[in-house]
Design a protein around this ligand. Structure first.
Ligand SMILES: Cc1cc2nc3c(=O)[nH]c(=O)nc-3n(C[C@H](O)[C@H](O)[C@H](O)COP(=O)(O)O)c2cc1C
Length: 201
């Protein structure tokens, strides 16, 4: 499916010039189900998340990293919702993105970190861009059973799975269902920048 395997066909049509990685990033659902990401590259991608900025350098982001074929991968996949299950099994790695909502001040006192989810998102954004740089693709997922996964992985009340990231190698999208294939090739659109700028003084 040349339309899909050519990543450039999904390049963002930007109104202002961006760095190439940002133009080329998109969220595919057609991954190569045989592709294995080498460990060094996977660590590089995770290292990008580690070096993201965070409020007071509190570093609330945690990750459950599940390689395809592992028990953890099967657990995450089993708890994806709806159509996410039909494509995400082809990703090389599923990563559950966890925010620690409070920091341990002392053994018995937790202090809320109001920026925990923000900082997790920022860490995932860095991971995403590093992955793109490595020739990989990512697709973030909000459709999953967070409570079931928290139980399955023994998370504390302070640890919440905010999103899942599918990480993998772009594959032949013709294996996708017609409905997903349609989404895979649909034009990529954005609101106009003017709508985003509440004040542009
Ligand atoms: C927090 C979040 C949750 C998302 N949840 C899903 C999801 O459950 N299933 C899915 O197929 N895509 C999901 N997406 C992907 C978005 O639909 C996608 O990023 C958006 O349409 C823009 O497309 P692009 O990433 O290719 O630019 C999610 C993205 C984010 C950031």
């Amino acid at each position: 499916m040349s339309l899909i395997t050519d990543t450039h066909s999904r390049r963002a049509d930007t109104d202002a010039p961006l760095i190439p990685i940002l133009i080329e990033r998109w969220s595919p659902r057609g991954y190569d189900a045989a592709a294995v990401i080498d460990e060094a590259t996977l660590m590089t991608v995770l290292e990008a998340a580690r070096w993201a900025p965070s409020a007071s350098n509190m570093q609330p982001a945690r990750f459950i990293v599940a390689r395809r074929g592992s028990e953890a991968f099967n657990t995450i996949h089993a708890n994806l919702m709806g159509f996410n299950q039909t494509w995400a099994d082809s990703a090389s790695v599923l990563i559950a993105n966890v925010a620690e909502l409070a920091i341990d001040k002392t053994a018995d006192e937790l202090k809320e970190n109001p920026w925990a989810r923000y900082d997790l998102g920022q860490a995932v954004a860095h991971l995403t861009i590093q992955a793109q740089h490595e020739g990989l693709h990512t697709h973030q997922l909000g459709g999953f059973d967070a409570a079931a996964l928290a139980t399955a992985f023994g998370l504390t009340d302070n640890q919440v799975i905010v999103t899942i990231t599918a990480l993998g190698v772009l594959g032949d999208a013709s294996a996708l269902s017609p409905a997903l294939l349609e989404r895979e090739v649909a034009p990529r659109t954005r609101k106009p920048l003017s709508e985003l700028l509440l004040v542009n003084d």
